[in-house]
Design a protein around this ligand. Structure first.
Ligand SMILES: Nc1ncnc2c1ncn2[C@@H]1O[C@H](COP(=O)(O)OP(=O)(O)OP(=O)(O)O)[C@@H](O)[C@H]1O
Ligand SMILES: [Mg+2]
Length: 213
């Protein structure tokens, strides 16, 4: 199964979600590979750091740019889960990756600027579905939401996304938590479930459960 974490928007938590998905799946004993298609190399740097700690369940990774289609098809035949970290824009990697993907997971930050980019993603998915990959699933998850209950931005974004008929909004909400940064910080190469934070663990386990039902 090929899952692309993609969005038109930068800094929404794509790489964070990609590496955390890989971590949860690795702990479940699944055969998983991370594909970093962003030249910033955030997630492949994480995977390199991780590989240096023999106590952490292994996450294989490759870097692949430009046209991803053939690579993803090949990896899909060899791995149970192929997790693709896409660059934060309308890239060739994202478009060619969607052709070979089962699921596009779009992280959305609860802010108007982020919501404004959704129609472009909807158009892109519609084109891919129409021409090349009619089975592509389009899922969204709220990302980096405030933990402060007084801030209702996530509720508003939720309402907006629920009205998008072509998008399946996941129930889990990923909050802004320092542990997501700490797990990656200073070459640790870890996922949030490997840190001592129950709330992040619950979020990531729920995310995996909901994505792969
Ligand atoms: N849920 C979260 N809680 C706290 N910090 C987060 C969370 N998700 C991401 N971050 C932090 O926010 C920043 C941007 O996240 P990330 O790199 O995952 O986004 P991205 O969408 O991959 O960005 P880009 O478009 O540049 O590739 C990073 O510093 C990351 O550690
Ligand atoms: Mg990234």
């Amino acid at each position: 199964m090929v899952i692309i974490i993609g969005s038109q928007k930068g800094g929404v938590g794509k790489s964070t979600i990609a590496v955390n998905l890989c971590t949860v799946l690795a702990h479940q004993g699944k055969d998983v590979i991370l594909v970093d298609s962003d030249r910033q190399s955030s997630s492949s740097n994480w995977a390199e750091d991780r590989a240096e700690d023999p106590d952490l369940p292994k996450v294989n990774f490759v870097q692949k740019y430009d046209n991803l289609r053939a690579t993803l098809k090949d990896l899909n035949s060899r791995y149970e889960y192929v997790i693709v970290d896409a660059a934060g824009r309308d890239s060739k990697e994202l478009r060619t990756g969607l052709v070979a993907a089962n699921i596009l997971l779009m992280p959305v930050r609860p802010s108007q600027f982020d919501l404004d980019t959704i129609p472009t993603m909807q158009e892109m998915v519609a084109e891919v579905r129409e021409e090349l990959n009619p089975e592509l699933k389009f899922k969204a998850v709220l990302s980096m939401a405030a933990t402060n209950p007084v801030i209702h931005e996530a509720d508003e974004a939720e309402k907006y996304l629920q009205d998008c008929e072509d998008i399946e909004l996941l129930k889990v909400v990923i909050c802004e938590r320092k542990v997501y940064r700490d797990s990656i910080y200073a070459g640790r190469g870890m996922g949030a479930i490997e840190m001592d934070n129950t709330k992040a663990k619950v979020e990531m386990n729920k995310l995996v459960k909901e994505l792969f039902v």
